[in-house]
Structure formats: structure tokens, C-alpha cells
Design a protein around this ligand. Structure first.
Ligand code: HAM
Length: 416
């Protein structure tokens, strides 16, 4: 049997209401904050991600779906959207049209990670990118958007973690100190962390291995090395978050797995989804546009994993969705009237009602069962003498009330 590729998932009709509900909450909140949608291609030239996300990151080093197309161009299925959105921003000279763009997206992403609960190879993100302003208000705003969405979905077991990575110069000073601190412990670090020691030492903090975390105890603290400007900036972000009633914790080890961040970083963690517990993450990336050969343009954003959020909603039992309803189900009684029924359904469907009938030649009783299963609000009965005399019956499934109408009333009938 041919099955879906490992790490990919079908979203079946029974799952769709949850997805639609999430998407409508997300879209409502994006609209409230005046963000506009952007859609970019599913694949890009590999160099975009290599340069944007960073050659030494796990995403670029190990996880990308990369292939040569027929023109021998190296292509990669997008593992995230920030680099693509900034590419589009530069390519279409959006900066010349308006100074600040507040953009959002909902899209599949691809990363060849080891699949487990909450970790897929094709997964879906929604996210925002606010490009064109250095204001700390936007850092707080995007954290609030993420938090408000998760709360609106009913999630309670949430922890907002924030940190500041400062500007590159202060970070370099800090990296020196950290290297100095870990230097004589290096051999005891896990193999992965030893590699990170050489390539991107901050990411040693991301290690899930206990001995690595032991060795990091007493390590110098990034926030102590922040430059004055970043310190003031971080204070403002924290004050706005307090004003907006967003509970948060400072996590000085939150370095994130993508290289484009400077200043603010944040994640929101769920206590209900197991080890893959980051529901969303993001931060400020003021240098990314330059790295992609654009004019210096500050930006800040976040992305959230839809599958993980839905898992958290399931585990916190937050989703009680209204049942889908059908306006009319047409039950045929007696002789085969399929063409007449089809015609009646068409009249009603063209008047924008949702209508279903039986395609499987089932008994009237089975058709009624189906009408109930589909939550039909009204059942139309076609057949027998009534139909021959030019009438149909209409049953209100809520009140049980049943009335007769002439067939031509299908063109005018109104239901409340
Ligand atoms: P990220 O932390 O790599 O950030 O991903 C954001 C979210 O996507 C994660 O918190 C997680 O919920 C979800 N996610 C990531 N990988 C997987 C996976 N393999 N399976 C399921 N869910 C996953 C970014 O992507 C940045 N572009 C965020 C950003 C936007 N920063 C600034 N602007």
C-alpha cells in the first residue's frame, strides 16, 4: 500500500472544523491588529535560507528539503517564512510604497526532522512579520498577538519566555566570555555541543542533554553583557508587556535556532504537549534585510506551529466547536425521482442554501437517518400522490412541525 510520506499528515474532513476554527481566530486577531496577508512560493533558491537563517543552524545544516531542478538551480522547500517575506519585501521595493508593512501568513513549511508528537516534516505555521520600524512597541505587539491567539483558543497552560540577544557587538563580547567559561569543560560536552562550541557557541544552551546543562551552570549571563541601548530597549518591551497584562518570564538562555535574531527573542511554551513544547517563537531581526542584500530595514515577527497548537487544544480540551448544519435534506419516498430531486436541490443551492439528498438509492428510513446525521435543519419530502399533485412537505427538524407547499415555492421559500 502506498502511504503518506513519514512525517506528513492528511488532514481529514473530520479534522477540518478544528483547523477552520483556528484559522478564523488567527485571522480575526490579525485583522484587529491591522496585519495584511502575504503569500510566497512554496520553494525558493537554497541560497536565500542559507544566507538568511545561517549556514551553521540545524535547519540549514541538517533539515532542509533541497534538490537541483532541471536547470541545475538548487531549490529548497521553505522551512520557514521570515527569509521569504523579507526577500519579497526587498524584491518588490515595498519600502518605497509605505514605511511600515505589517504582514501575516498561514502556510505549510518543510523540515526533515525526526518525526515525533508535535514534530512533522510538513507542518503548518501562521505568523507575522512587521517590517520597517525599530519601535519596541512592535516587539511587544507581536508577542501580544501570539499570546492573545493562544488565549482566544482557550489555552491556559502557557509560559511566555523572553530574552534579548543585544546587538552583534555586545553578543560577540558575550560569546568570548562564554567560550572562556566553557573552554576547559569543552571535552566533557556532548558531541553536538562541542560542534556548536566551534560554530555557534550560543546554541550550546539549546542542548537537551543533562550533562551539558550541568556544565553550563554558573555560565555568564547574556543579559549582563547587553549594550546600553539594548538594555533600555528590553526594558521598554517588558514595560509594555506588563501594561498589556501579558505574564512573562525572562529566560536568559533563550537563544533560538535561527541566526538572524538581534535584541528581543521570545517563545511561548505549553505545559501540555510533551517535549516539543514551543507553540511559537520569534523576535527581532534588524540585520536580515542587509544580509539578503536589501537596504538596512528593521523587522520583528513570530511564527507558530498549528499542529502543536491543535495538540495543546486537544490536551487542554479547549475546543467545543458548534456542529456543522445543513439547511435542507431531500428525502425521496417511493418511486425514483432522482432527476426531479436533483433539480429541486439545484434551485435551492443556487439560492445559497446547503442541500443534500440520497445518491445511493437508500430507503426513506435510511435517508432520514442520514438527514439526522448531517444535522439537517429542514427535511423536504418528495414522492407519492403529494408529489404527483404538485406538492412537497417540509419538516422543521427542531420543532417537528410539518407543512405542505406547492413545488414552485422552492424558488421563494425562506427559512429562518
Ligand atoms: P521556529 O521557532 O523555527 O521559528 O518555528 C516556529 C514554530 O513552528 C515553532 O515554535 C513550532 O511551533 C513550529 N515548528 C517548527 N518546526 C516544526 C516541526 N518540525 N513540526 C511541527 N511544528 C514545528 C521560525 O520559523 C521563525 N521564522 C519565526 C519568526 C518569524 N521569527 C521572526 N519572525
Amino acid at each position: 500500500m502506498i502511504k503518506a510520506v513519514t512525517g506528513t499528515k492528511d488532514i481529514l474532513p473530520s479534522d477540518i472544523p478544528k483547523w477552520k476554527h483556528l484559522e478564523s481566530v488567527v485571522q480575526t486577531i490579525f485583522k484587529n491588529f491591522n496585519y495584511s496577508e502575504i503569500r510566497t512560493p512554496i520553494f525558493e533558491e537554497t541560497v536565500l535560507f542559507a544566507r538568511g537563517i545561517g549556514e551553521e543552524t540545524d535547519i540549514v545544516g541538517k533539515e532542509m528539503y533541497t534538490f537541483l531542478d532541471k536547470g541545475q538551480t538548487s531549490i529548497t522547500l521553505k522551512p520557514e517564512m521570515t527569509a521569504s517575506v523579507v526577500r519579497a519585501f526587498i524584491e518588490h521595493s515595498l519600502a518605497s510604497k509605505q514605511p511600515l508593512y505589517k504582514l501575516y501568513y498561514i502556510s505549510p513549511m518543510f523540515r526533515q526532522e525526526r518525526p515525533q508528537a508535535g514534530r512533522l516534516r510538513q507542518f503548518h505555521q501562521f505568523g507575522v512579520e512587521a517590517i520597517g520600524s525599530e519601535s519596541p512597541i512592535l516587539d511587544a505587539e507581536i508577542i501580544q498577538i501570539a499570546y492573545d491567539i493562544l488565549r482566544r483558543l482557550g489555552l491556559k497552560d502557557l509560559l511566555v519566555k523572553i530574552n534579548s540577544l543585544g546587538i552583534p557587538e555586545s553578543r560577540e563580547n558575550y560569546k568570548k566570555e562564554l567560550r572562556h567559561f566553557l573552554n576547559d569543560k569543552k571535552n566533557k560536552l556532548s558531541e553536538d555541543s562541542q560542534k556548536r562550541f566551534d560554530t555557534n557557541i550560543l546554541r550550546v544552551f539549546d542542548s537537551k542533554i543533562e550533562t551539558d546543562q550541568e556544565l553550563l551552570k554558573g555560565a555568564p549571563i547574556l543579559l549582563d553583557y547587553l549594550d546600553e541601548e539594548s538594555k533600555i530597549y528590553f526594558n521598554i518591551v517588558r514595560n509594555i508587556l506588563r501594561e498589556a497584562d501579558i505574564p512573562f518570564e525572562i529566560d536568559t538562555k533563550l537563544v533560538r535556532g535561527l541566526d538572524y535574531y538581534a535584541k528581543t527573542t521570545f517563545e511561548i511554551i505549553s505545559g501540555k504537549v510533551g517535549s516539543q513544547n514551543a507553540l511559537c517563537g520569534g523576535g527581532r531581526y534588524d540585520l536580515l534585510a542587509e544580509q539578503l542584500e536589501g537596504k538596512p530595514t528593521p523587522g520583528v515577527g513570530f511564527a507558530a506551529g498549528i499542529e502543536r497548537i491543535l495538540l495543546a487544544c486537544e490536551n487542554e480540551k479547549t475546543l467545543s466547536l458548534p456542529e456543522e448544519k445543513l439547511d435542507f435534506y431531500i428525502v425521496t419516498v417511493g418511486e425514483n425521482l432522482i432527476e426531479k430531486v436533483y433539480n429541486a436541490a439545484s434551485i435551492l443551492r443556487r439560492r445559497n442554501f446547503s442541500v443534500e439528498f440520497d445518491y445511493l438509492d437508500r430507503s426513506a428510513k435510511a435517508q432520514m437517518r442520514e438527514a439526522n446525521k448531517l444535522n439537517a435543519r429542514f427535511v423536504i419530502f418528495f414522492g407519492g400522490d403529494e408529489y404527483s399533485n404538485g406538492y412537497f412537505s417540509l419538516k422543521n427538524m427542531q420543532t417537528g412541525e410539518q407543512k405542505q407547499f406547492p413545488l414552485e415555492d422552492l424558488k421563494t421559500i425562506v427559512i429562518e
